[in-house]
Design a protein around this ligand. Structure first.
Ligand code: 5AD
Ligand code: SF4
Length: 473
């Protein structure tokens, strides 16, 4: 590719600066000076949302503005998720639906990127089924987006790029970021995952675990606080193993303390914590923190020891519950949330009921619940899976009904209490202000627009299932 041509070597200050300028020129020619428009469609987790903010940052530097209207777009990009089959099918459906638009707008550039595009079969399927897609790239080569877009435009060819071992191991700092919100921000502290839970595709599509240097995280964090962000979520597939490979005496608790020491009016969250690596030190750090939310997302996945073992989770139900007990002792008002998989291959109804009993015992604020989805290449996908899909769906319903009861009783217990709420905006339906408590529970209350983007003390007056209503104190 052009990067090997010495005359075209990118400028040293930013490896992609050359391509960004070239794309800007090409697009200006194509659009005869009008501002080119991009539509970025994001699927999946917060990490993907954070990646899309970088893609948008690079697009903005290349002169693009953004639109939600596909008729106005010069570039449509899908940032995809590979975690479950359902999300993948939606991508194929939504990409396929652009065929007609592309026929009417032949200059439209359609691009598909993200986790799914690190899977060979998925990217091959895009290549075969959708000849109008001109740029496909995986998560490992995200930092080379300008160069790849340039190749697709200037050389007028289809570009397909996935990571290799070397790229897999790298962290590229300094990519521009165009953040979606003004009050809440994502901050990636580490990439990849080494845990290989037997059902999960993530280690295959996001590669080996690697941490950013603490100085780089701190600098970005200071910038966010200075820019007025009030709620910063540190991101990683397993933040508790942060720093392990840095070869320096720093762990996640140390990083949290370092960030928490930054002065300012903000709240610090993190996700995801793997229970096998969540330590008492982490809980103690949360308890002692000045800005650290009393909220812990601690995905348990299952309440059955046999299933946990088959999932390769590295903890037992008892160990998980002991950690929860310690955390509740140190932080009595702690809000716990979790991810649950229902219908793992070979799971029996009795084993599923152990999950129900666990969620009752813990009393989660909320849950993300999923029916198991087989992912090609993972170990679980090879296991016998006799329970029919309809039965698994019924189990999921049963679990959700139980969680609704738990959440409703937790919320009812909030009435009369006062919470510090970060006000995020106005609900279009009710016209009320809406915000989140420290424990990440949504609260609606009447108030003035000036409150938006700030913290306010709100007294809870009533609870409807898992949503709270309140009034300003
Ligand atoms: N099927 C269903 N759910 C899955 N998750 C990860 N892989 C799968 C799968 N194959 C869920 C887990 C994880 C969350 C992000 O997605 O609960 O914590
Ligand atoms: Fe997947 Fe397990 Fe890694 Fe989470 S910790 S990304 S579930 S392999």
């Amino acid at each position: 590719m052009a990067a090997n041509n010495p005359e075209r070597l990118p400028e040293p200050q930013h490896p992609q600066a050359f391509y960004m300028k070239e794309v800007a020129k090409l697009m200006a020619d194509r659009r005869r000076g009008a501002v080119p428009m991009a539509l970025v469609h994001t699927y999946g987790c917060q990490q993907n949302a954070a990646d899309s903010e970088k893609i948008k940052g690079m697009l903005a530097q290349m002169g693009f503005s953004f639109t939600d209207d596909r008729e106005r777009a010069d570039l449509i990009l899908f940032n995809t998720c590979a975690v479950r089959g359902h999300a993948e099918n939606r991508v194929f459906g939504n990409v396929g639906a652009l065929k007609e638009l592309k026929r009417r707008h032949p200059s439209l550039v359609v691009s598909v990127c993200g986790c799914m595009m690190e899977e060979k079969q998925a990217s091959e399927r895009i290549r075969r089924k959708f000849p109008f897609v001109s740029l496909v790239f995986g998560t490992h080569v995200l930092h080379r987006f300008p160069e790849l877009l340039w190749a697709a435009l200037a050389e007028n060819r289809r570009v397909f790029e996935r990571g290799d071992e070397q790229e897999d191991a790298r962290i590229v700092e300094g990519l521009p970021t165009r953040r979606g919100g003004k009050t809440r921000a994502w901050l990636t502290v580490m990439y990849g995952c080494d845990n290989f839970c037997s059902y999960c595709i993530v280690p295959y599509v996001r590669g080996r675990e690697r941490s950013r240097q603490p100085e780089a995280v701190l600098e970005e964090f200071r910038g966010l606080v200075a820019d007025g962000y009030k709620d910063v979520t540190l991101l990683g597939q397993n933040v508790n193993s942060y720093g392990r490979k840095l070869g320096r005496p720093v762990n996640f608790s140390g990083l949290l303390r370092m960030l928490d020491a930054v002065d300012g009016d903000y709240r610090l969250r993190f996700m995801t914590s793997h229970p096998k690596d969540a330590t008492h030190e982490l809980i103690d750090t949360m308890a002692a923190g000045r800005h650290i939310s009393r909220h812990l997302h601690l995905p348990v996945q299952s309440g059955s020891n046999r299933v946990l073992k088959a999932m390769n989770r590295g903890y037992t139900r008892e160990k998980y519950l002991a950690l929860v007990e310690y955390a509740r002792k140190k932080i009595p008002d702690l809000s716990l949330t979790s991810d649950i998989i229902v219908g793992f291959p070979g799971e029996t109804y009795e084993e599923f009921r152990e999950t129900v009993s666990l969620i009752r015992q813990v009393g989660y604020t909320s849950l993300f619940t999923f029916v198991y989805s087989p992912r090609e290449g993972t170990r679980a996908a090879q296991l016998p899976d006799p329970v029919p899909a309809a039965e698994k769906s019924a189990w999921l319903q049963e679990l959700c009904a139980e969680q609704e009861k738990i959440a409703a009783s937790r919320c009812a217990g909030e009435v009369g209490r006062t919470h510090r709420v970060l006000v995020e905006g106005r609900s279009p339906k009710s016209g009320l202000l809406t915000g989140r408590t420290d424990g990440n529970v949504i609260v609606n209350f009447p108030g003035r627009d000036e409150t938006v983007g700030r913290f306010a003390d709100v007294k809870i007056t009533s609870a409807r299932d898992w949503i709270l209503d309140g009034e300003l104190v």
